[in-house]
Design a protein around this ligand. Structure first.
Ligand code: NAP
Length: 291
């Protein structure tokens, strides 16, 4: 690595399918920064060593992805309020000796809702999934006064998530079991937002939907799918057929990145440049994970 170049990286395992280098390197170039975003494939046992090596090698920071978003917490000096509440970090900022942890996924989720001009009617969302992405989305919704119904194949994970957040929010968090189709239909009839945070529908399994075929969507709903490969998932197609509004996963991906860029560089992100870079990377199929 050349000395005059400042680096940020992505700590994950695997990282080969990431779109962040395309998006962040386009941004650095657009604002005239001699910075480079590099992929750092780090197996779980090497995480602490890798985090310390970032500091020793003068990195400005990093993104953190699967499987390290929670495992990285013990190695950090300070967490932002959001990262602390969510219990996971996706962005590290290195300030001198100090390692600071942020979570920009919640910001990305909210920003995509704003861009889609989503107007809540019932302030009640249905959230499919209880994995890593679900934590940030649940926090983003609850902190905006939205009550949430959680549905996950492994119900215990949904119950655990509900227990984690209940002490901090007055909003209702209820869990409906995956197989309770009628109960889920009743909630879908009155909620205004359905969010898919499961990986169902993601390439190469793009012919799957997280929603049972017997469930009906309505035109009152906005359906937001976090999956971005493909952008037009089977769930979003089902939603359009039912007359619902749709939001794909690209906006969240873009804006978790614009916020990380701002945290690292203290400059406003060149949003249009980053959006174009992401769109071309998605079209070129760069994000399709290895089968
Ligand atoms: P994760 O932690 O592995 O969670 C996966 C979730 O999908 C779990 O709730 C899991 O249920 C569920 N799931 C997986 N296979 C399933 C199946 N066959 N049937 C039913 N449920 C199934 O993954 P993650 O990090 O949360 O990511 C989830 C998705 O969100 C991925 O597609 C990822 O690309 C996307 N994402 C997008 C953004 C964005 O910026 N747009 C950001 C983060 C993530 P169990 O608990 O029962 O296993």
């Amino acid at each position: 690595m050349a000395d005059h170049i400042r680096h940020v990286g992505l700590l994950g395992y695997p990282v080969g399918h990431s779109l962040s280098p395309a998006m962040q390197n386009a941004a650095f170039q657009a604002v005239g920064l001699a910075w480079e975003y590099v992929l750092l494939s780090v197996a779980p046992p090497s995480l602490q060593e890798a985090v310390l090596a970032l500091r020793e090698n003068g990195f400005a920071g990093a993104n953190v992805t699967i499987p390290h978003k929670q495992a990285v917490l013990p190695f950090l000096h300070e967490l932002s309020d959001e990262a602390e509440a969510i219990g996971a970090v996706n962005t590290l900022v290195i300030e001198g000796e100090r390692l600071l942890g942020y979570n920009t996924d919640a910001y990305g989720f909210r920003q995509a809702l704003v861009e889609a001009e989503f107007t809540p009617t019932s302030n009640h969302a249905v959230l499919l999934g209880a994995g890593g992405a679900s934590r940030a989305v649940l926090y983003a919704l609850l902190s905006q006064g939205v009550s949430v119904t959680l549905v996950n194949r492994t119900a215990d994970k949904a119950f655990a998530l509900a227990r984690h957040f209940r002490p901090f929010f007055a909003e209702t968090i209820e869990v409906v079991r995956y197989e309770e189709i009628e109960a889920l239909q009743n909630v879908l009839n009155t909620a205004d937002l359905l969010v898919n945070t499961t990986s169902l529908g993601m390439a190469p399994h793009h012919d799957t939907s997280p929603l049972a075929s017997t469930l009906r969507l309505g035109a009152h709903l906005t359906v937001y799918d976090l999956v971005y490969t493909p952008r037009d998932t089977q769930l979003l197609q089902q939603a359009r057929t039912a007359g619902a509004k749709t939001i794909d996963g690209m906006g969240m991906l873009l804006h978790q990145g614009t916020e990380a860029f701002r945290l690292w560089t203290h400059r406003e992100a060149p949003v249009a440049v980053m959006r174009t870079a992401l769109e071309s990377a998605i079209i070129s199929g760069k994000a399709v994970p290895p089968v």
